[in-house]
Design a protein around this ligand. Structure first.
Ligand SMILES: Cc1ncc(C[n+]2csc(CCOP(=O)(O)OP(=O)(O)O)c2C)c(N)n1
Ligand code: SF4
Ligand SMILES: [Mg+2]
Length: 350
């Protein structure tokens, strides 16, 4: 048996971010995934985004389901809170944690099998409720962990490694997230870190349910000719709609203006600057985004970038008028306010 461990010591001259951590402090254990698996590139993009945004690792909670993709939280943010739930149940466990403590950053990591098959109902309700989270699906079109069966996101007509053809229609999770009311919907490719890292950063800053569908090739079972999730196919058919240039901390920092630039104010006071690749695409128009995505699917293209963002993000806590203080910070007096308070509540219900 090989024991995989990373050295704990690192060079003292490594650059530290504003909260005093080096990039290595955001790493996890050595990955046990296949060499070349797209999922490892996504882990690396998450590390990069959290380090660049100066997020203290102990302020992050990472949750996942079951699958190679759901194993990845072990390979990043080793000093964060983590919960590897059961297959397809990440969203409900995350929702509970978020309701108990909204002060953490919630990262939900899932697979296409985990979210589009057994967990489809869970995915749908997290999106429609606006649970504030970054929901990343590492989408390879197969059940990698159980040796390469087609998943529900596999394209109709796509060919499996041993030649079987997929006859079922594909579920497009990004299109579904849009229809369900998610306030941030993006798609990217694990092989395009320059696009993916800023998208993850923007999702972290977003004030509601942020969904990113990341096409992430499975080199063991779905990287051959005839697959629409192979590295070659995605590189050839990737149509980037826009690029996130930067996220400004204050609106006044955004100065330069040009017709191919869209500035989207965010709920937390920051401004997201998008550089358009497709001049006609408006990422703040939900209906337009739904239509454009269908056109790309019909043309056999994979539309990537920030597909939709609602500047007025909807957060479930705001809708539920819940207490701002985390439940673990409430004392006996808060939880048991006494008979008089109970009588008042009861009277109000009569
Ligand atoms: C309740 C339950 N049903 C089925 C399984 C078997 N199983 C494990 S992982 C998996 C699919 C994983 O696919 P995906 O989410 O796409 O992750 P990937 O491995 O492709 O990253 C299945 C069906 C399980 N672990 N639990
Ligand atoms: S089986 Fe596929 S998804 Fe799983 S680690 Fe290997 S390449 Fe990645
Ligand atoms: Mg998969």
């Amino acid at each position: 048996m090989t024991y995989l461990a990373k050295p704990r010591l690192h060079h003292p001259s490594l650059t530290k971010n504003k909260v005093g951590y080096t990039r290595r402090d955001y790493e996890g254990r050595v990955s046990t995934l296949c060499a070349g698996c797209g999922h490892d590139s996504i882990s690396s993009a998450i590390v990069q985004a959290c380090w660049q945004l100066d997020i203290a690792p102990h302020r992050v909670a990472k949750l996942s389901g079951i699958g190679c993709s759901s194993k990845t939280p072990d390979y990043f943010l080793g000093a964060s809170h983590g919960f590897n739930t059961v297959h397809g149940r990440m969203p409900s466990v995350l929702t509970g944690a978020y309701l108990a403590n909204r002060e953490l950053l919630y990262l939900g990591v899932s697979g296409d099998g985990d979210s589009a098959s057994i967990g489809l109902g869970q995915f749908a309700h997290a999106m429609r409720r606006g649970v504030r989270m970054v929901y990343i699906v590492e989408n390879n079109g197969v059940y990698g962990l159980t040796k390469g069966q087609f998943s529900a996101t596999a394209d109709k007509g796509s060919v499996a490694k041993k030649g079987a053809v997929n006859h079922d229609s594909a579920i497009d999770l990004a299109a579904l997230a849009l229809q369900l009311g998610a306030t941030f919907v993006a798609r990217s490719f694990s092989g395009d870190k320059a696009q993916l890292v800023p998208l993850i950063e923007a999702a972290i800053r977003h004030g509601g349910a942020a969904f990113i569908d990341v096409i992430s090739p499975c080199v063991a079972f779905n990287n051959h000719a005839g697959s629409t999730r192979s590295y070659d196919h995605v590189r050839e058919h990737n149509e980037a709609l826009n690029r996130i240039d930067f996220i400004a901390l204050a609106p006044e920092q955004v100065v330069e203006h040009s017709p191919d630039v869209v500035d989207v104010p965010q709920a937390d006071g920051t401004t997201l600057r998008l550089r358009k690749v497709d001049a006609a695409y408006d990422p703040t128009d939900r209906l337009g985004a739904m239509h454009a995505m269908q056109l790309h699917v019909a043309a056999g293209e994979i539309a990537t970038g920030l597909l939709y963002v609602d500047p007025a993000a909807h957060d479930w806590h705001a809708a539920q008028h819940t207490a701002a203080r985390p439940l673990n910070g409430l004392g006996e007096k808060d939880l048991c306010p006494g008979a008089a308070a109970l009588a008042k509540i009861n009277a109000g219900l009569r």
